[in-house]
Design a protein around this ligand. Structure first.
Ligand code: C2E
Ligand code: MG
Ligand code: MG
Length: 587
C-alpha cells in the first residue's frame, strides 16, 4: 500500500507497484522503509466499524506508547484513551471514520505505563482499486512538550510571579464563574480584600527584596488558611483578594476573617528581627452588595479602606454608609485642589517646653483646613489624600513659608525667640531641590536657620538611607535642625540611626500615653536613653497629665509638648502664651 499524496478527500490510493510520479517509480520496499523509519507513530487499521482493528504499527508507535506491536495488532485503537474517553477530539475522529474522510484532533492518550501524552492524531482513508475504503492510516504526533509549554505560559499569564498566587485576571475569571454559580443555585459568595497594614514601613526598613520575602510568607499563609475551594489572589503590591463561596453557616462567619487575621499576625523572623504584620480586611458579598465583578471588587476595596481608617488590624463589611464615606473622600479630593487658591489653610501652633528652664523654646506648626462648609478639618483627614495626589508639595511649601513668616513676625514684635518646627511629608523629602528651596525661603523671609526645625518620620528617611543622609546633610549645612517625628513606630535600624545627621528624636505619643503601664514606662525611658547616647535631644509628644510630665522629668527628657500645656492654637493665642512671663509655662 502507499502513503503518498492524497486525493481531494484526503484519501490514499493503494497500488501494488508503488507510486508513480511522472517517470519516477518508487518500489514498495522504500515505502515500507519510510514508514518504519518515521519518527512519528503510524498505525494502519481496517476500515470496518465499529472496531477499526489495528493491522500494523510502526516502531515509533512502540517507542512512544510502550506497547509492542504484537500486543496491539488485532485490537481496536481506543485503548490508548484509557478511562479518559470524554474528549471532544474523539468525536471528531469518530465522525471522520464514519464519513470515511480525513480528520485530525488533539487527544489525551496514555502510554502502557499509564503516563499521559498529548497526541495530535491525523487519519486518512485508503481506497482500493475499486474505490472503496479498505483501511485507515493514522499518524500520531507527540505534542506533549508543546502542551507543557502552553500550560506553563497559561500559568504565567494567570499567576503572580512573586507569590505564585492567581493574579487579577484569573481572580476576575473565577469571580465571574462564582457569581454565575451563585445566581444559578441561589447561594451567596464573598470577596475579602486583605490589605497589609503599613507595609510601606517594611519596604522602607528592609528594602524591596525584604518586602518581597514578607509577601511570599503572607501569600503562603493565606493560601493555607482558606478552604480548598476558595481562591486567594494577589491584587496589588500589598493587597490580596480572597474569593469565598457559600459557607456552611449560611453567612460569612467572622471566624473565617479572624482566622485570616491571626494567620497574618504570626511573627515573621527576618534577618534576626521578629516582625509582626497586621492586615485590614474589607468584605463585600453577592448578591447583597452588587450584581457584578467590578462592583463587588470595588466595594470590598472601599470596605478595606475603612478598616484601615478605623485604626487598622480589623475587618469591615461593605455598607451603604461606607459607600457614602468613599464618596465623601472623593469630594475632599476635589475640594483640596481648590483650597490653596482659596487660601483656606491655616496653621495652628503648639508650644514645646524645655524641661530645664520651664520656658517655651519651640513651637510645632500644624496645618488645618478651614473648609467652607465642613468647618475646621484636621490634617489626619486630608494629609493622606494630599500625599496621594501630590498636592502635598504645594501645600507643604505654603506651610513652610507661612510658619517661617509667622516666626519672623513674632521676632519683629519683640516676643521671645522660639524655633518653629514644620512637618515634612515623603513627597517633599524626595523633591530634588528641597535644601535649596528651604534656603531660599529662609533668606527671602530673613529668618535665621537656627529658628527652623524640620520634622521627618523615621520610615521616610529609612526608605533610602544613603539618599536620605545626603538630603539631611544638605539641610544641616543650611543650619536648620532636624527632628525625627513619631519615633518608635517604624523599624529603624539603630546602625543607620547613628549615621543620620539629626538633632532631635520625638517620642511618639503612644509611648507617652503608655506611661504608667510597665511596658510603656520602659519604652519611653529607653528612647530617652538611646537619644542621649546618640547625643540627640528628646521631645516627648502628647503629654496630657502631670504623671507623664513627672516621669519624663525624672528620666531627663529635654522637651515636652502636649495638651497638658496647650493644644495647638491659632497664631495670636500662641503669641499670648509667649508673652506671659516670657514664655515660662512651667514655674
Ligand atoms: P505630628 O507631627 O506627630 O503632630 C502631633 C499631633 O498630635 C498633632 O495632631 C497634635 O495636635 C497632636 N497632639 C499634640 N499633643 C497632643 C496631646 O496631648 N494629646 C493628643 N491626643 N494629641 C496631641 P494634628 O494636628 O491632628 O496632626 C496630625 C498629624 O498630621 C501630625 O502628626 C503630622 O504628621 C501631620 N501634619 C500636621 N501638619 C502637617 C503639615 O503641615 N505637613 C505635613 N506633611 N504633615 C502635617
Ligand atoms: Mg510632627
Ligand atoms: Mg508626632
Amino acid at each position: 500500500m502507499s502513503a503518498s499524496s492524497g486525493d481531494a478527500h484526503g484519501s490514499v490510493q493503494s497500488s501494488q507497484t508503488g507510486t508513480e510520479l511522472g517517470k519516477l517509480s518508487i518500489p514498495m520496499s522504500v515505502h515500507r522503509y519510510a514508514i518504519e523509519a518515521s519518527a512519528n507513530a503510524m498505525i494502519i487499521t481496517r476500515a470496518e466499524p465499529p472496531h477499526f482493528i489495528i493491522e500494523y504499527v510502526n516502531p515509533a508507535f512502540e517507542r512512544i506508547t510502550g506497547y509492542r506491536a504484537a500486543e496491539v495488532i488485532g485490537r481496536s485503537c481506543n485503548f490508548l484513551q484509557g478511562d479518559d474517553g470524554d474528549q471532544a477530539g474523539i468525536d471528531e475522529i469518530r465522525l471522520a471514520l464514519r464519513e470515511q474522510r480525513a480528520g485530525n484532533a488533539v487527544l489525551r492518550n496514555y502510554r502502557k505505563d499509564g503516563t499521559l501524552f498529548w497526541n495530535h492524531l491525523f487519519i486518512a482513508p485508503v481506497r482500493g482499486s475499486d474505490g472503496a475504503v479498505s483501511h485507515f492510516v493514522a499518524s500520531q504526533y507527540d505534542i506533549s512538550q508543546a502542551k507543557q509549554l502552553e500550560s506553563e505560559l497559561l500559568h504565567l499569564a494567570h499567576h503572580d510571579e512573586l507569590t505564585g498566587l492567581p493574579n487579577r485576571a484569573l481572580l476576575r475569571d473565577r469571580l465571574l464563574h462564582a457569581i454565575a454559580c451563585a445566581r444559578r443555585d441561589g447561594s451567596r459568595m464573598w470577596v475579602a480584600f486583605v490589605s497589609l497594614d503599613r507595609f510601606k514601613v517594611i519596604n522602607d526598613s528592609f528594602g524591596h527584596g525584604g518586602g518581597d520575602s514578607f509577601l511570599k510568607v503572607i501569600a503562603e499563609r493565606l493560601h493555607a488558611v482558606v478552604r480548598g475551594a476558595d481562591t486567594v489572589a494577589r491584587w496589588r503590591s500589598d493587597e490580596f483578594a480572597i474569593l469565598m463561596s457559600d459557607q456552611h453557616e449560611g453567612g460569612l462567619g467572622t471566624a473565617a476573617l479572624e482566622r485570616i487575621m491571626t494567620a497574618v499576625s504570626v511573627p515573621i523572623s527576618y534577618e534576626g528581627q521578629e516582625v509582626v504584620l497586621t492586615c485590614s480586611i474589607g468584605v463585600s458579598g453577592y448578591p447583597d452588595d452588587g450584581p457584578g465583578v467590578d462592583t463587588l471588587l470595588e466595594r470590598a476595596d472601599i470596605a478595606a479602606f475603612h478598616a484601615k481608617n478605623d485604626g487598622r488590624n480589623c475587618f469591615r463589611f461593605h455598607t451603604a454608609d461606607v459607600n457614602q464615606k468613599a464618596r465623601a473622600r472623593l469630594r475632599i479630593e476635589a475640594d483640596l485642589r481648590l483650597a490653596l487658591e482659596r487660601d483656606e489653610f491655616v496653621l495652628h501652633y503648639q508650644p514645646q517646653i524645655d524641661l530645664g528652664s520651664g520656658r517655651i523654646t519651640g513651637v510645632e506648626a500644624l496645618v488645618r483646613w478651614q473648609h467652607p462648609s465642613r468647618g475646621l478639618v484636621g490634617p489626619v483627614e486630608f494629609i493622606g489624600i494630599a500625599e496621594e495626589t501630590g498636592l502635598i508639595v504645594p501645600i507643604g511649601n505654603w506651610v513652610l513659608r507661612t510658619a517661617c513668616l509667622q516666626n519672623r513676625q513674632w521676632q519683629q514684635e519683640g516676643l521671645p525667640h522660639v524655633r518653629v518646627a514644620v512637618n515634612l511629608s515623603a513627597r517633599q523629602f524626595v523633591c530634588a531641590n528641597l535644601a535649596e528651596s528651604v534656603g531660599a525661603i529662609l533668606s527671602e523671609i530673613g529668618l535665621a536657620p537656627q529658628d527652623l526645625e524640620l520634622e521627618l518620620t523615621e520610615s521616610l528617611v529609612m526608605r533610602d538611607v544613603e539618599r536620605g543622609i545626603g538630603v539631611l546633610r544638605a539641610l544641616k549645612h543650611l543650619g536648620v535642625s532636624i527632628a525625627v517625628d513619631d519615633f518608635g513606630t517604624g523599624y529603624s535600624s539603630l546602625a543607620y540611626l547613628k549615621r543620620l545627621p539629626i538633632d532631635v528624636l520625638k517620642i511618639d505619643r503612644s509611648f507617652v500615653m503608655d506611661i504608667g503601664s510597665d511596658d510603656g514606662d520602659a519604652i519611653a525611658a529607653s528612647i530617652i536613653g538611646l537619644a542621649h547616647n546618640l547625643k540627640l535631644k528628646v521631645v516627648a509628644e502628647g503629654v496630657e497629665s502631670v504623671e507623664q510630665l513627672d516621669y519624663l522629668r525624672v528620666h531627663r527628657c529635654d522637651q515636652v509638648q502636649g495638651y497638658y500645656f496647650s493644644r495647638p492654637v491659632p497664631a495670636p493665642a500662641f503669641a499670648e502664651l509667649l508673652c506671659v512671663d516670657g514664655g515660662h509655662i512651667i514655674p
